[in-house]
Design a protein around this ligand. Sequence first.
Ligand code: SF4
Ligand code: SF4
Length: 437
Amino acid sequence: MAKQIIFIITLLITLGVFAYTVRRLYYFFRITKRFPIKNYVKRFVLMFEVSFLQTKIFRKPVIGFLHALVFWGFCVILLGSVEMIFDGLTGSERLFYTDGLWYKIIFASGDIFALIILFAIFFFIIRRLFFKIKRFAGRELSHKNHIDAYVALSLIFLLMVSLLAMNVFYCVENPVPLKGYYPVSMFLAGYLQDMEHESAVILYEMSWWWHILLIFLFANILPYSKHFHVFLSVPNTFLSRLDPLGKLPNMDNITKEIKLMMNPETAFATPESGAAVIERFGVKDVEDVTWKNYFDSLCCTQCGRCSSVCPANLTGKKLSPRKVMMDLRARMNQKGPGIIKSGKDFDDQRSLLNDFTTKEEIWACTTCNACAKECPVNINQPTLIVDLRRYLVMEESSAPSGLNMMFTNITNNGAPWQFSPEDRMIWAKDIPQNMKI
Ligand code: SF4
Ligand code: SF4
């Protein structure tokens, strides 16, 4: 009973802290703009392919396979963690146990995956520490970002150690047949057969608490770290962009503006009367991005795959698509609380554009979409970059001079070239009449 009470108090504290985080994020999302979601079936198929089959991560076969094993292992181990929570609440042990094969398969896979994940995470830590992986460096990655990565990897490592310890002492403590099947732990328990039963019981209880407390800690640290993708990557693949990557999304504001021009009566209507209100064109700050843009930024794993294929980044330009995502998240953390407290008019004299992502960076983008294609969690960086440019062009008229010339030509000549429309066929004036189509 004492265990149950302590567990319930611990769970309530965990849920309370988690609820605070979710509430904070909910208010941040409310600052952003709408982003309609359709085509649910297509999205489910895509989510299955990218998340559960891990198709994109396999572009780098070795590291991709290790990462996929970690993901699949997490999915299986999660089932055991759910059972642990119900065990803690009800004071029972292995509450969902049935004599059927499924229970044995799930727990045997969890046991094997725990060992695989342990080795994989150990390799990831060694790789970060000693291999000079270029995409793990970049001016956008601070010391804190690197520490963040090590903390999350170490927590996962400890989670697997505690899970295996729990299973091993469970096997030592209980006579065969056990509830479930634990091939790795049964093998390791073979070396501890001389251990006294009481010691095994105590060590099992200790590792049970160690494991569940790490799960609670992990769940509350993740939303503040780059490893938030553990929660968000699956939904983010569901929310993937379905249009061809090269297609630029239309701007709702332009549609509204044209509707106003077509129907002058609405031009004099007020927002209170339900009329369309023209907002800012493009993106200057966090209140201009869609909730999907913000979701992308939370989901970014900072893996750097996008920047490693970005032609602008590879040729020494300042642009890094990873930084664009990190900037949005950082700016929301900076401005979001102020907007929640003081309303949408809150102004801290800073903005996402210029103070975080600079003009030099966004104009370096070739809109090739290599970053979006490479991203393992289907983040779409170019749409945000294009929207930042749209703000500069349509609100500040501050496009680079080469583009301004092209805009003037389009306005005056109906084409990007510096020729009058009347002169367009001059090149063909010497062609004999009978050769013209
Ligand atoms: S779309 Fe822009 S940011 Fe993305 S890879 Fe191409 S140049 Fe880089
Ligand atoms: S945007 Fe995607 S590819 Fe780029 S760092 Fe983030 S998760 Fe990795």
